[in-house]
Design a binder for this molecule. Structure first.
Ligand SMILES: [Zn+2]
Length: 271
């Protein structure tokens, strides 16, 4: 079901990993950001949109990870955008013949056979590296950085005061650093948090890639919490963080393992 979070901005939360798809109403149709994960959910979303007479006129993937690159044929043939960095990463990692089988093989067991991979990763770079998504609707600013993944973008729906954060600013997931060999993943993450903070002034709603939608206070809190987490990681410490403590929500205990793995990886000598 679609929930309205601001005027003309709706969110659909997936049963998998609380993944949030975002729908932005434009003049002749909608912009669909990170559509979702399960075939049944994407079809349901397509039906909801079709039922209310709203065609998808543009798509956007916040970053080049499989769960943000999916699409369903019933969502139609709209152009699907990403940053140039996102598109380059998709080409490098997901354009060979074996890519879909590889992704299928790494899906968690509860998703086996339920994820539509036919249209995986068919993203195209925003023309001319524009700072805004080219579409006929509220201005959507692309805030690019390289925390979590190369070519990651948050989207700022300026007139609606909504920040779509991609895989940052979650209340259930700790910051996950880019595992693909970024030279300075900690520095990249801190720089990205500074960028998000610099646009936070006009934001009343934050939508993370996974987890709860929050208000302006939550946005500030989450930026601080993510920063504290990353700074502690830099020092080889574990932050006092509700997402990895005994207070972690039921079903999310594995986030602690992700954290321990990051801590260990950073403790390895470089090279
Ligand atoms: Zn991701």
């Amino acid at each position: 079901m679609l929930q309205q979070v601001a005027e003309g901005v709706l969110v659909h939360e997936s049963g998998f990993c609380r993944s949030n798809a975002v729908v932005v109403a434009g003049r002749d149709g909608v912009l669909l950001i990170d559509p979702g994960v399960r075939d049944s959910e994407l079809a349901c979303l397509a039906d909801d949109l079709a039922g209310s007479g709203r065609a998808v006129v543009a798509g956007f993937s916040t970053h080049p990870h499989w769960d943000h690159l999916l699409w369903h044929e019933r969502l139609g043939p709209a152009p699907r955008y990403g940053t140039a960095g996102c598109v380059a990463a998709v080409r490098a990692r997901l354009s060979d013949e074996g890519a879909k089988a590889r992704v299928a093989g790494m899906l968690p067991p509860e998703l086996a056979g339920q994820v539509p991979l036919d249209l995986l990763g068919l993203v195209t770079a925003v023309p001319g590296g524009a700072e805004h998504i080219p579409w006929d609707g509220p201005r959507v600013r692309i805030v690019e950085h390289r925390a979590h993944a190369a070519g990651h973008a948050a989207l700022l729906i300026e007139e609606r005061g909504v920040l779509v954060a991609g895989d940052m600013l979650s209340d259930v997931l700790v910051p996950m650093l880019d595992p693909h060999g970024a030279a300075d993943p900690i520095g990249d993450y801190l720089t990205a948090l500074d960028r998000l903070e610099s646009v936070a002034g006009g934001v009343g709603v934050v939508v993370p890639g996974h987890g709860s939608v929050g208000g302006a206070d939550q946005l500030r809190e989450r930026i601080e919490r993510d920063r504290a987490y990353v700074l502690a990681l830099r020092e080889g410490r574990t932050a006092d963080d509700p997402r990895i403590g005994p207070s972690a929500p039921t079903g999310w205990e594995w986030v602690r393992d992700v954290h321990e793995a990051q801590l260990q990886r950073l403790a390895q000598p470089a090279g």
